[in-house]
Design a protein around this ligand. Structure first.
Ligand code: SR1
Length: 320
């Protein structure tokens, strides 16, 4: 089937600023690959900044993007207090804004997320099932990151519904080396809580840190429930004796493509819902092993619904 012609402004080239709070780790790398692939198909010049979790830097990057008057801005993560006022400023300047994993109330902004509250609830329920309904549980959480705050609301609901689940520790750190920093904290938590049955670590860098700590402590009977998926994550989950038994995930590259398509629709003046929710799937270690899934490519072949190619699209947007 012949690809539909791009609208005239895309034929000459559209500039989109991608302002990132974080870029290290599997999720963010895969997300960017998807965004770049979709941008190329749309003749979009994607101008990327990475604040490396420095919020002042992200504010500077976002202000710079506004000053350069791109055709659209995608804000990828960011503390509400840092990015919200600047998002409002961009909208006032007439620049379409797409926000991924950002808390914003601006009605003009397209807000994308991975159905995070529901994701937190579903992976929390999976944990409760996995520990037989009761026991000591560790929880990895850092407040202020929109997806983690939303997942936390889902987990809160699960705890309220399951009185036998005792959260004995809350820990974690988001940084440029989240897995290592979380692992350090997990070491102490594991030592202090010998009856731990499971850890909820709803971000793959958290989960990898906890898995490393459990392996070092020889405590791989403690089950880990995570979020996100990547080829390295699949390697960790399917390794002999891995404690990481389940994760809740979308395809990060698909989410990156959706963000760029949403920006393209706004640039073209096409209609798009203000809230775009990408549904995640529960992926268990058993499922990966039973289906001999070793890579994200293998997983995509087994779960084609991970590609939400009908989300935020139009006839003129090439299918991916
Ligand atoms: C620090 S926030 C990390 C999360 O952002 C994305 O939503 C990914 O799913 C990741 O878990």
């Amino acid at each position: 089937q012949e690809a539909a012609k791009l609208p005239a402004k895309f034929e000459t080239g559209v500039k989109v600023a991608l302002v990132r709070q974080l870029a290290s780790g599997d999720f963010f790398q895969q997300w960017l690959l998807g965004a770049q692939e979709q941008a190329k198909a749309l003749n979009v010049d994607l101008r990327i900044s990475d604040a490396r979790n420095n919020n002042d830097q992200q504010a500077t990057d976002l202000q710079r993007a506004i000053d350069q008057k791109p055709d659209a801005i995608i804000v990828d993560h960011g503390l509400a207090a840092t990015v919200s006022p600047l998002i409002d400023k961009a909208v006032e300047a007439g620049i379409p804004v797409v926000a991924f994993d950002v808390e914003t109330e601006n009605p003009e902004v397209i807000s994308i997320q991975q159905s995070d509250e529901d994701a937190g609830k579903r992976i929390g329920e999976e944990l409760v099932k996995g520990i037989g309904g009761s026991g000591d549980v560790g929880y990895v959480y850092v407040a202020g990151f929109a997806p983690l705050d939303r997942r936390n609301r889902g987990w809160d609901e699960v705890k309220q519904a399951n009185a036998g689940v005792k959260q004995v520790a809350k820990f974690g750190k988001v940084s440029d080396s989240t897995a290592n920093d979380t692992q350090e904290q997990a070491n102490a938590v594991i030592t202090a809580n010998p009856d731990l049955k499971a850890v909820l670590a709803p971000y793959d860098e958290f989960a990898k840190g906890v898995v490393n700590a459990l392996e070092q402590a020889n405590k791989t009977d403690v089950k880990v429930y995570g979020a996100d998926i990547s080829t390295p994550d699949i390697g960790v989950m399917t390794k002999e004796g891995s404690p990481w038994v389940a994760t809740i995930a979308t395809d990060p590259a698909n989410v990156g493509r959706v963000a760029v398509r949403a920006a393209a629709l706004k640039v073209n003046g096409d209609a798009i819902d203000r809230e775009v929710l990408i549904p995640p799937s529960i992926i268990t270690q058993d499922f990966l092993k039973e289906n001999s899934i070793k890579t994200l490519e293998d997983l995509r072949a087994k779960l084609p619904d991970l590609n939400t190619q009908d989300t935020a699209t139009a006839d003129w947007i090439p299918k991916s």
